[in-house]
Write a protein that binds this ligand. Structure first.
Ligand SMILES: *Cc1c(COP(=O)(O)O)cnc(C)c1O
Length: 361
């Protein structure tokens, strides 16, 4: 199978080799040193202000979305939630579950958050804002410079879900005034699913220490304290953390985050150029599209997007990503993260061409 989904994605050979090793005991100075380096490199790649920290959560990206909502906000907050698709909607549900007062900015699916829309929410006593860097369900990348400036002007705490966007799209916590951001192991880091990571500036850490969360596993103050000596409160996915270390060091010695962003962008551009010749249309606007994933609609009437996903999986051995919900029959997605070669993209294009010949696309 060739895997063009958005996670789990294809892993590099180096990562897979490490997956064969025994898992070591982790309450050791050696493992602590690995964790300290993981923290340092994640802070470097998120371009954090000084004294930032990382929480290593064993649990998929949603665990860190939920942990963030629980630890950063209280019933005294008033949070703006951008809902541009299924991951934005997840933040809405999390605020409801944890009884955090919020206002939803519901966007038309596939459309960016504009200055006009956002300006309506200034000077309204908001204390927090949460949104995705890349809304993976539509492939929209939100304008973080716009959002960061807005939050800075209005003294709003900004929590960004960069689970899919990290490494694919530019993120700088310093420049974009982001207080906390998350990513996950099985997206662009191309590790096995199992862990997610929250990068916190000093304001975010302060909120964790001051907030009394009703949870043992999601008590971030505990993670921050243990992290000072390079440890976690409970047994983490040790194997993934070792693979993370190898991956972060490899990115660092191969041109760092800039090179990683460029590789992903080149891959996305290459694919998008190729499909412009086919009866397929990109679902998002060019300058608000993430490099992580392309959402696509077939243009010929009667062509069912979910059916295309099934045929490509069953008859050609390639996974693309179906969409859920209302647009399941209209939209599918092709991911650009993980270890994907140009030859593999060419293969997928040949499949689309074959489907056109067969009258199916
Ligand atoms: C994948 C993803 C998540 C996390 O999903 P999990 O299934 O919990 O790993 C969160 N936010 C975004 C934007 C994602 O793409």
């Amino acid at each position: 199978m060739i895997n063009f989904t958005v996670g789990p994605v294809q892993m590099d050979e180096e990562t897979r080799k490490l997956g064969m090793e025994q898992i070591p005991y982790f309450r050791t100075p050696e493992f602590s040193a690995v964790m300290k380096q993981n923290e340092e490199l994640l802070c470097k790649f998120f371009d954090t202000p000084s004294n930032s920290r990382v929480i290593f959560m064993t649990g998929s990206g949603t665990a860190s979305m939920e942990g963030g909502i629980m630890n950063f906000f209280t019933s005294q907050d008033k949070v703006l939630v951008v809902n541009g698709g299924s991951f934005g909607h997840r933040f809405v549900e999390l605020c409801e579950i944890h009884e955090i007062p919020f206002t939803e900015i519901k966007l038309e699916f596939g459309k960016p958050l504009t200055k006009d829309i956002l300006s309506k929410y200034g000077n309204n006593g908001y204390t927090g804002m949460v949104l995705q860097l890349c809304e993976t369900s539509s492939g929209v990348m939100f304008d973080m410079n716009l959002v960061g400036d807005f939050c800075k002007r209005n003294n709003i705490f900004l929590f960004v879900d960069a689970v899919s966007g990290f490494l694919a799209d530019k993120i700088s916590m310093k420049e974009m005034h982001i207080n906390a951001a998350i990513t996950g192991s099985q997206k662009a880091l191309a590790l096995p699913p199992s862990m997610s990571f929250t990068v916190l500036d000093e304001a975010a850490q302060k909120r964790c220490y001051e907030n009394k969360v009703k949870s043992m596993y999601f008590n971030y103050a505990d993670y921050l304290k243990n992290g000072e000596r390079g440890q976690t409160p409970f047994t983490p996915a040790v194997g993934t953390l070792l693979q993370l270390n190898e991956k972060l060091r490899r990115i660092d010695s191969n041109g760092g985050i800039t090179a990683m962003n460029k590789t992903t962008k080149d891959r996305a551009d290459y694919f998008r150029n190729k499909i412009s010749q086919l009866p397929l249309k990109m679902f998002t606007e060019k300058d608000s599209s993430s490099n992580c994933v392309t959402a696509i609609s077939p243009t010929r009437p009667g062509v069912n997007a979910h059916k295309i996903f099934e045929i490509i999986k069953d008859e050609y051995g390639i996974w693309i990503c179906p969409n859920a919900g209302d647009l399941a029959e209209k939209v599918f997605r092709v991911g650009h993260i993980g270890s994907i070669t140009k030859e593999e993209i060419d293969k997928l294009i040949e499949v689309f061409e074959d489907l056109v010949r067969r009258g199916l696309l």
